[in-house]
Write a protein that binds this ligand. Structure first.
Ligand code: NDP
Length: 462
């Protein structure tokens, strides 16, 4: 057994993960990763839970597991040059952060959005490590993307960009190494172009990306999985509160992949989604959002949510996405982007009688917002547990690819439901075991961290 001794820092002196240690640790994370505020936020949130774990498991503190976890195993940044429809050369920046392979190949989506920089990819990759551990499937954590904005680009421009992106990425990924998927700005079209170029460059047809088309290796339910999984998870939360979806008013932010399929499942279960949004503003339809109209605008025409009111009399469009949280609801499902619910929005939701929040997006609530929900008795399902259905179904896609077979829709949906129930149970059990009964934030962090930490301990200092 390798003797793992900290060379410096409080752990070297045998000090437990005290408040002082935590502050020093966070100061180091900030100094080593300057300006990456989203990454700092994601680490700080997990640090609170690690403090509890280290008290019970001093061997993890001694092996400096958390200190190792915040350092990605590998970070790749690269130039992505491409030519637009006017013949001009454009240059974007590409990223892949391979965070942890402790329990399986790196796995996590690609985000194409102008706001992407290293700090966003690192926060997403870090969260992904714990989320993937919770899914009960053998996948490590990673994330990637680019500051490329697919909005307003022609299909040919998107294709040229994706091909150029893959010209570098292909050498770092593989079905047993790193398996990317979609995220904001990366849907079926982009995955197709990326997969095509990977196949051409490597002369292999493998499950190297998930979210593939159904005719070429994709899995049924993958498109719906994050939204459906979110609703399955929140169903468990509601059940513990003696509630269900029937007749409940629901607000879902965003109108992309996660938001659309969360809305579909809420409607199936008897709830009524009354508001959705995009980065330009939000729509309110008290009669219940007509999902066919949203899907036509967003999935077929790639239009803007404001166009909804042209088709639905009685619906309203309001400029500015932030206002969506002023719409009264029983249940809120933030499914657009990080930090979209701040303290003020959280207070408004609480005042308006919101009883449960399930995070569809990654880190959509600020730390202040989470405190407000928890202090007000609002049931709160954190992203790394509540939105894990997407990556879990990606893992099911990988299994089907390996076996070269396809399961039926009902079979994948059944497995997804089992996984979401299992994640919920892991979170509640871990919270209970650590004296944080009902706190799903602590529960998700503890359960996810412990699984990865035990694997790291077993594998020694690598
Ligand atoms: P999409 O690109 O399909 O949709 C994103 C939606 O959010 C769009 O309506 C978009 O509006 C809106 N949005 C994006 N950025 C902003 C912003 N800064 N302010 C307001 N609205 C914004 O992405 P997904 O649905 O796939 O992803 C949504 C969230 O869910 C992300 O946080 C992602 O990381 C997370 N997630 C996704 C998974 C998946 O399987 N797809 C899995 C787990 C988590 P607009 O079109 O105007 O930009």
């Amino acid at each position: 057994m390798i003797e793992e001794v900290a060379s410096s820092g409080p752990a070297a002196a045998g000090e437990a993960f005290t408040d002082r240690y935590r502050d020093e640790f966070m100061a180091q994370v900030k100094a080593k990763n300057p300006g990456e505020v989203e990454f700092h936020q994601a680490v700080a949130e997990v640090a609170e839970s690690v403090q509890l774990i280290y008290q019970k498991r001093p061997e993890l503190a001694k092996a400096r597991i958390f200190e190792r976890m915040v350092e990605p195993e590998r970070q790749i940044m690269f130039r992505v040059p491409w030519v637009d429809d006017q013949g001009r050369v454009q240059i974007n920046r590409g990223f892949r952060v391979e965070f942890s392979s402790a329990i399986g190949p790196y796995k996590g989506g690609l985000r194409f959005h102008p706001s992407v920089y290293l700090g966003i990819i690192k926060f997403l990759g870090f969260e992904q490590v714990f989320k993937n551990a919770l899914t009960t499937t053998p996948i490590g954590g990673g994330k990637g993307g680019s500051d490329f904005d697919p909005k307003g680009k022609s299909d040919n421009e998107v294709m040229r960009f994706c091909h150029s992106f893959m010209n570098e990425l292909f050498r770092h990924i593989g079905p047993d190494t790193d398996v990317p998927a979609g995220d904001i700005g990366v849907g079926g079209r982009e995955i197709g172009f990326l997969f095509g170029q990977y196949k051409k460059l490597t002369n292999t047809f493998t499950g190297v990306l998930t979210g593939k088309g159904l005719g070429w290796g994709g899995s049924l339910v993958r498109t719906e999985a994050t939204g459906y999984g979110l609703v399955y998870f929140v169903s468990q939360m509601l059940q513990d509160m003696g509630m269900d979806w029937k007749g409940r008013k629901v607000v879902v932010s965003g109108s992309g992949n996660v938001a659309i399929y969360a809305t579909q499942k809420v409607h199936e279960l008897g709830g009524k989604v009354v508001a959705m949004s995009d980065s330009g503003g939000y729509i309110v339809d008290e009669a219940g959002i007509d999902l066919d109209t949203v899907r036509r605008i967003k999935e077929v025409e790639r239009g803007r949510i404001r166009e909804y009111v042209d088709a639905r009399r009685g619906a309203q469009f309001i400029e500015g996405w932030e206002g969506i949280w002023t719409v009264p609801c029983d249940i809120a499902l933030p499914s657009a982007t990080q930090n979209e619910i701040d303290g003020k929005a959280a207070r408004t939701l609480v005042t308006n009688g919101c009883k449960a929040v399930g995070e569809g997006a990654n880190m959509p609530s600020t730390p202040e917002a989470i405190d407000i929900f928890q202090d007000s008795g609002v049931a709160f399902g954190p992203a790394k547990a509540a939105n894990a259905g997407g990556v879990a179904t990606s893992a099911l896609e990988m299994m089907q690819n390996s076996m070269r077979l396809s399961w039926h829709f009902d079979e994948v949906d059944r497995r997804l439901r089992v996984i979401m129930n299992d994640i919920y149970k892991q979170c509640t059990d871990a919270a209970e075991a650590f004296g944080k009964s009902g706190n799903l934030v602590a529960g998700a962090n503890i359960a996810g961290f412990t699984k990865v930490a035990d694997a790291m301990l077993a594998q020694g200092v690598v």
